[in-house]
Design a protein around this ligand. Structure first.
Ligand SMILES: [Zn+2]
Length: 324
């Protein structure tokens, strides 16, 4: 089926516009997602013949005519940077040339597509601290407060998700894109995840769209919550992870877990030009454990004091992993 939508409609439906009326010249002003600007210096303009975009900060200029068969590189950059629904945007292209030829649609780099938004299963509902004491105890045993995240739990009859603390994961627009369930019972598989692609999911994704000097990049959500960092839900960076992390201008700091996966993740991080840190956390295997043991203040201070880059980081990594 070919879409009858226009690119203008796709952009309007994707929620990137502010909702304020356009300027007298017809510009819908926005913060530019291409350069991740902190000021409103970009704008979309909609004409009967197509769509224009311009940013006064990075100079990105993109034009798309409704009759075009493909997006220009600049418009493609605008679409992906703003997280505009690429499938829907491509649908508008199909309708433009479907009547004329059977030429294949332009190739899109699937690896850089954002995760689609989802809804939690109806069996899940927000954790209520008054009622769900077992879950509260679990969260506190991990050194975290109940208010540190929007936790969910499942109804007891749900065989797949009962007795699991549900961790919803949102994209940088606060839309749900993934969730995980951490068992609070000892003798079970620790994490359970739905059958969804997680290579384009980042826990605390929003932090990458803020302006800070540094961000700590972790494997898992408990580590990330312990040090106010982000997590890639594993120990390997996807192309999407790297692209999103690089939108953050400050330092990306990885504290290698003292195991083989942690070592591999650190090597990938070095390859990407990120920083490593080697806090003195005794025999603790990860940051969450360290924060439970020594407190957040100490661990964060240790991280920032031991940041290293390049060859020095590589050298310290070899010592760090040999000593564990
Ligand atoms: Zn810009």
């Amino acid at each position: 089926m070919f879409s009858t939508q226009t690119l203008e409609e796709v952009i309007r439906n994707s929620g990137v516009l502010s909702g304020r009326p356009p300027t007298a010249d017809g510009w819908h002003n926005v913060k530019c997602a291409v350069c991740n600007d902190y000021k409103i210096r970009g704008g979309f303009k909609f004409e009967p013949e197509g769509v224009g975009y311009h940013c006064f900060n990075c100079g990105t200029t993109a034009v798309h005519k409704n009759t075009s068969r493909k997006f220009s590189d600049a418009m493609m950059k605008v679409i992906t940077s703003f997280g505009i629904d690429l499938d829907a945007a491509r649908g508008t292209l199909f309708s433009a040339f479907a009547s004329e030829s059977s030429e294949p649609p332009p190739k899109i780099d699937k690896r850089l597509l954002p995760a689609p938004t989802i809804e939690l299963p109806p069996t899940m509902f927000p954790l209520n601290p008054e009622k769900h004491e077992r879950y509260v105890n679990y969260i506190e045993s991990r050194g975290l407060s109940v208010d540190s995240w929007r936790w969910y739990v499942s109804v007891p009859g749900d065989r797949e998700w009962a007795n699991r603390l549900i961790v919803p994961i949102y994209n940088h627009r606060d839309q749900l894109v993934f969730f995980q369930g951490r068992t609070i019972i000892k003798d079970k598989k620790r994490w359970h995840t739905p059958q969804l692609r997680k290579t384009s999911v980042i826990f605390q994704h929003k932090k990458l769209y803020t302006h800070g000097e540094s961000v700590i990049v972790c494997e898992g959500v408990f580590d990330a919550l312990s040090v106010d960092g982000v997590a890639i839900l594993g120990s390997s960076f996807s192309d999407y992870h790297l692209a999103e992390l690089n939108k953050f201008r400050g330092k990306k700091i990885i504290v290698p877990n003292k195991d083989e996966n942690g070592y591999q993740m650190a090597l990938e991080a070095l390859e990407a030009g990120f920083s490593l840190a080697f806090p003195d956390i005794g025999s603790c295997g990860d940051l969450n454990e360290a924060v439970v043991q020594y407190g957040k203040l100490y661990v964060e201070d240790q991280i920032y004091q031991t940041v290293a880059e390049g060859e020095l980081a590589r050298f310290k990594l070899s010592i760090w992993t040999n000593n564990s």
